[in-house]
Design a protein around this ligand. Structure first.
Ligand SMILES: [Mg+2]
Length: 160
């Protein structure tokens, strides 16, 4: 069962905010997520208005479905009072109160941001790297692989 899914932005869905190149299969991946998972949010260290602008532009160019361009953005503060923070999924639960904390998953490329107690809710994705400027040569299919992992978790949910 997946109650909610938190998605990282940079090097997970796009290259980065300075070069917001959509990762291959991004539209299909987000379409799948929004069709099958009750709550999908962006969980990023990028400031909200910048992240929302990236989503808006991706949607305008039809790189992501319309509902994804309106997705909720949860700002993650990397450092609070001088202390490095983890991407605690309780912040997702605070937005979606019906979601059970241990049924919230995170797709992210950086292990050190994952809270140790939530490690088995972390779905590791290889960072999106582009080779020069030629995106067409890119053979990255990580989002297809992650979609299959999510499909398996959703299938299992029937027997939970
Ligand atoms: Mg990232």
């Amino acid at each position: 069962m997946i109650d909610a899914l938190a998605l990282d932005l940079e090097y997970t869905l796009i290259y980065n905010v300075d070069r917001p190149i959509p990762r291959p299969y991004l539209y299909e991946f987000l379409d799948f997520c929004f069709s099958n998972i009750p709550h999908v949010v962006l969980f990023t260290g990028i400031r909200n208005h910048v992240a929302m602008e990236v989503l808006y532009n991706l949607g305008r160019r039809r790189h992501i479905p319309i509902e994804a361009s309106n997705m909720h953005v949860i700002r993650w503060n990397r450092v609070i009072r001088g202390e490095w923070q983890k991407k605690d999924l309780k912040y997702v639960q605070q937005v979606h109160l019906g979601a059970r904390l241990d049924h919230i998953y995170l797709v992210d490329d950086i292990e050190e941001f994952v809270l140790p107690s939530q490690r088995n809710q972390w779905i590791r994705i290889d960072p999106f790297r582009i080779q020069g400027d030629d995106v067409l040569k890119n053979t990255d299919n990580e989002l297809v692989r992650i979609q299959h992992i999510l499909e398996e978790k959703l299938k299992k949910s029937i027997f939970d």
